[in-house]
Design a protein around this ligand. Structure first.
Ligand SMILES: [Zn+2]
Length: 124
């Protein structure tokens, strides 16, 4: 009687730990393999390169978003678009160029559009 009471909680605990381990493994696999935009374009490249490029692409996208927001805010307050990206205050120097290719972002003062010239970043 005493023995049964001792064994049961232990095995339940093991089941729980096993279940948790499975959940952790599945979530890691989901993060690594099921990222959005994974359409097989990067076939043949090693996983670390893919992950690094994707991370830098996200950084590029983020830079562009920040620049666009800053331009939009300037347009709303000053009712004039900045003549160059350097006129935007509060943006660190590193954000004026693409983290992947290193090329400076192209800015059109007449339309207020900012874009990246790096291949694959045209639609960011
Ligand atoms: Zn870029």
């Amino acid at each position: 009687m005493g023995r049964r009471d001792c064994v049961r909680p232990a095995s339940e605990g093991q089941t729980l730990i096993g279940l948790l381990a499975v959940i952790v493994i599945i979530s890691i696999m989901a993060v690594v393999f099921l990222k959005p935009g994974g359409d097989g374009r990067n076939k043949g490249k090693s996983m670390p390169t893919q992950v690094k490029e994707r991370a830098q692409g996200v950084e590029c996208k983020n830079n562009l978003n920040q620049l666009r927001q800053a331009i939009m805010m300037m347009t709303q307050t000053d009712e004039a678009k900045p003549k160059s990206l350097r006129e935007i205050s509060g943006i660190p120097e590193s954000m004026f160029s693409c983290p992947v290719g290193g090329q400076p972002y192209q800015y059109d003062p007449s339309t207020g559009q900012v874009r990246c010239v790096c291949p694959g970043h045209e639609r960011y």
